[in-house]
Write a protein that binds this ligand. Structure first.
Ligand code: AHR
Length: 542
């Protein structure tokens, strides 16, 4: 038995959802054997009622993470003003254009583990300090990409800033000064210094991360110690931007769990209990959670050149995201039943072995069709938990881990994951609509997975959008969609698949995994979606 759950916002569901109890639709996983593609006997029935709406799917769920790590920033974003690679004030144009097209809502920067050793003064002004990056390969950190360059970059891609503070090796004073430098409108010394460095107007900082993985690379703190640090930073690190006082107030995000074991549940308990007892002088708006999909930290899976066994095992692993969110959400519900504090999954994605020949500290990996399916499955999990999960940041944006973009000098290629983020654009700031379906089963060796996954939402454009992932790499699937609440004449959208589970886009063959147009017919209000094996499909009901 599998369950699809939601928290109701619609009056029709409100009664059942009293006291925050989720509404669940049960379905039995059936074993199906297809004899021919799209044979109607094996069709999956999916029901969606557009009048039953749930939580808002915040566009911030599609956030990105850019750390000073490997070629994520240097070469990936920053090539310098004198580069022969086309750039705007040192920021490469091809990357900006690609990121604008997926409407990145926010970018988390400068780390990661890097953040807890970052001293912002090294990255401003005409003379930059040359330091080291001990976390990631021990390479030189030139600090040529600093505060102003980051703010310029996010302005160019039309995203918002999610700034991570140094709690591990910094001080509240250093962090408070940084925020004053960034946001003060009055002519303080720091605001004048910012103006002298080229930006008279205060910057907007909507999201502030107070530390990173403070239980580990961020300082090996106990939850109690971290909580007391958080209170100090929450109190003294102020945003002075006049435009962020009444509206658009800066949200403070605390370090949260990194897994489901006892030490992480203890962490969430301690921080949330502290939040419940918070006074007027400090506050918390989000609790971060990090969860990578990795099979074995000592001997990681390869990102390319793998087969169906690794495909199935890796996707099974990624589905654990759902339980992890449920577990920490339940703790948060105890101390924050009104869900004021968002769960912010600000590091997620696949983590494989570094590509042969690359610096192991640079976390460079390929990105295959498997990653596209993985991205869709995780985005769907976030959407189903959208009442609590209101922000997420895939790790990381360029050239690191599950990237959107890979670059090599002047060359750039868009990854399969990039295309999923593009396909999901209609889900940004949409309203969740529950779907019920019999997922079926896909079995390979000792791994059994739901054969399909699906979500639906009312888009900001008023249309009903449906996403269906066919996890099965061998069998096409026909999904018959019973649509209520709107009259369905057909559906149009895009689908993403590729010849093999490990198909990738390369600089020489950049179009192996790309979207293509998709359409479906309706009859009697019922849509028939014919999905290719191992595919991600997004359609608007017409
Ligand atoms: O994303 C790479 C690293 O993974 C981050 O720096 C850290 O926060 C996490 O452990």
């Amino acid at each position: 038995m599998a369950l699809i759950c939601m928290r109701a916002k619609s009056p029709r569901l409100a009664n059942a959802a009293r006291h925050g109890a989720p509404i669940c639709f049960g379905f039995v996983l059936l074993s199906l054997t297809l004899v021919a593609p799209f044979a109607s006997a094996q069709a999956i029935q999916l029901s969606v009622d557009a009048s039953m709406t749930g939580a808002r799917i915040d566009r911030n769920l599609f956030g990105q993470f850019a750390e000073h790590l490997g070629h994520g920033i240097y070469e990936g974003i920053w090539v310098g003003r004198d580069s022969s690679i086309p750039n705007t004030r040192g920021i490469r144009k091809d990357v900006v254009d690609a990121l604008k097209a997926i409407r990145v809502p926010n970018v988390r920067w400068p780390g990661g583990c890097f953040a807890d050793e970052y001293h912002w003064r090294n990255g401003i002004g005409p003379q930059r300090a040359v330091t080291l990056n001990p976390n990631w390969g021990g390479v030189i950190e030139p600090n040529t990409f600093g505060t102003h360059e980051f703010m310029d970059f996010i302005a160019q891609i039309e995203a918002e800033a999610y700034v991570s503070l140094n709690v591990g090796s910094g001080t509240p004073r250093e962090a408070a000064d940084w925020l004053e430098y960034l946001t003060a409108a009055q002519p303080t010394n720091l605001a004048k210094e910012r103006a002298a460095n080229g930006h008279a107007a205060p910057y907007k900082v909507p999201y502030l991360g107070i530390g990173n993985e403070s239980w580990d690379c961020g300082g090996n703190m106990t939850p109690e110690y971290y909580l007391s640090q958080f209170k100090i930073y929450s109190r003294f690190v102020r945003n002075y931007n006049p435009a962020q006082q009444e509206h658009d107030k800066m949200l403070r995000i605390a370090v949260g769990p990194g897994g489901g074991e006892v030490r992480w549940t203890d962490w969430t308990e301690t921080i949330m209990k502290g939040y419940q007892q918070h006074t007027w002088s400090w506050d918390m708006d989000g609790l971060s959670m990090h969860n990578y999909t990795v099979m074995n930290w000592q001997d990681k899976f390869k990102s390319e050149g793998f087969g169906e066994t690794e495909y199935a095992q890796f996707l099974k692993e990624t589905l654990k995201m759902d339980d992890l969110i449920a577990k920490h959400s339940a703790i948060m519900d105890k101390y924050d039943p009104e869900k004021k504090v968002a769960l912010v999954v600000d590091e997620w994605g696949s983590w494989y072995a570094p590509l042969p020949g690359s610096n192991p500290g640079f976390l460079l990996q390929q990105n295959s069709l498997r990653d596209a399916v993985l991205a869709a499955l995780n985005l769907n999990i976030f959407a189903r938990h959208a009442d609590r999960v209101r922000m997420a940041n895939i790790a990381q944006m360029i050239n690191v881990l599950q990237a959107m973009i890979l670059t090599d000098k002047e060359k750039m290629v868009l990854t399969p994951t990039y295309y999923v983020f593009k396909m999901y654009l209609p889900f940004q700031d949409s309203t969740f609509v529950p779907v019920t379906f019999d997922a079926g089963k896909y079995t390979h060796g000792d791994v059994t997975l739901p054969r399909v996954d699906a979500i639906a939402a009312k888009g900001a454009d008023g249309k009903l959008w449906i996403e269906v992932t066919n996890v099965d790499p061998n069998q096409a699937v026909e999904v018959q969609v019973n649509v209520a609440g709107v009259s369905a004449k057909g559906a149009v959208g895009e689908t993403l698949t590729a010849p093999k589970v490990d198909s990738v886009n390369t600089f020489d063959a950049p179009k192996t995994v790309v979207t293509k147009a998709f359409s479906a017919k309706a009859s009697g209000g019922k849509l028939t979606l014919k999905l290719e094996p191992k595919s991600v499909t997004v359609v608007a009901v017409e």
